[in-house]
Design a binder for this molecule. Structure first.
Ligand code: SAH
Length: 229
């Protein structure tokens, strides 16, 4: 009897997960790590459920892709913890008609999550190898609304500015003035600010006219925002 129940449950799981062996893990991640910790932004939850995080990590970490931590992606860089990706996404309150700039493409995961919600995502990466592999991944996943650039993100993406929101995924010591300039009036930027590997805080910046307000939201630990020599 037990065997029949077990087989039926296994079959149902396989049936409902289609050809995605990680669906159940992803649903668990969204429920326990994100929803249960208070993130209730509907579009963010939907996007985190949809994007297959295991396709953004190195092969040897596939089974760990839905764990509650960041993971190495090579070149001393990491893909952020799922909760932090969701937190930053929800913090900018993305809308379907938005154009968003991301600094620090890394694996391309945060860009993909944003691309499920907004109209256009522009993302910049400073490590050439990461830029190339993210570009390939984003193309193979057929995201037509993500544009990638290999450059120092400190200067933003002037030709495509202004942006409704900016997400910076490497810890800077100050808010880069060009990014502030490229933010729309009323736009939001989320950026980790602090010392490399030490005291950092996620800061929400809101621009109003020539002025801006900042609010410290959460202590975090990000890889450093580096500069081109
Ligand atoms: N958002 C990524 C994770 C980012 S890790 C993801 O979803 O996988 C931070 C990334 O920022 C690293 O890939 C690092 O190389 C990049 N980075 C650091 N300084 C940068 C800069 N000045 N311009 C652009 N990218 C930068």
């Amino acid at each position: 009897m037990l065997k029949i129940i077990f087989t039926t449950i296994t079959c149902l799981c396989i049936f409902f997960s289609g050809n995605d062996p990680y669906l159940l893990k992803r649903q668990g991640m969204v429920k326990t790590q994100i929803e249960n910790r208070g993130i209730d932004h509907e579009e963010t939850l939907k996007a985190m459920l949809k994007v297959e995080r295991h396709l953004f990590v190195p092969e040897k970490f596939k089974d760990d892709a839905y764990n509650d931590n960041p993971l190495p992606i090579g070149f001393g860089q990491t893909i952020s913890q799922p909760y932090i990706v969701a937190y930053m996404t929800a913090a900018i309150n993305p809308k379907t008609n938005h154009k968003v700039l991301e600094i620090g493409t890394g694996s391309g995961y945060q860009a993909a999550v944003l691309a499920e919600i907004v109209k256009e995502v522009y993302t910049i990466e400073i490590v050439e190898e990461l830029f190339s592999s993210a570009k390939k991944r984003i193309e193979s996943l057929r995201y037509k609304n993500i544009k990638l650039k290999y450059a120092d993100g400190y200067y933003g993406w002037k030709e495509s500015a202004p942006f409704d929101a900016i997400v910076v995924t490497a810890a800077a010591e100050h808010i880069p003035p060009p990014l502030l300039e490229q933010l729309k009036d009323g736009g939001k930027m989320i950026i980790p600010i602090g010392t490399p590997f030490l005291n950092q805080n996620l800061v929400l910046v809101e621009k109003s006219g020539k002025d801006f307000k900042t609010k410290s939201l959460l202590p975090v630990r990000f890889v450093p925002f580096t500069r081109k020599k």
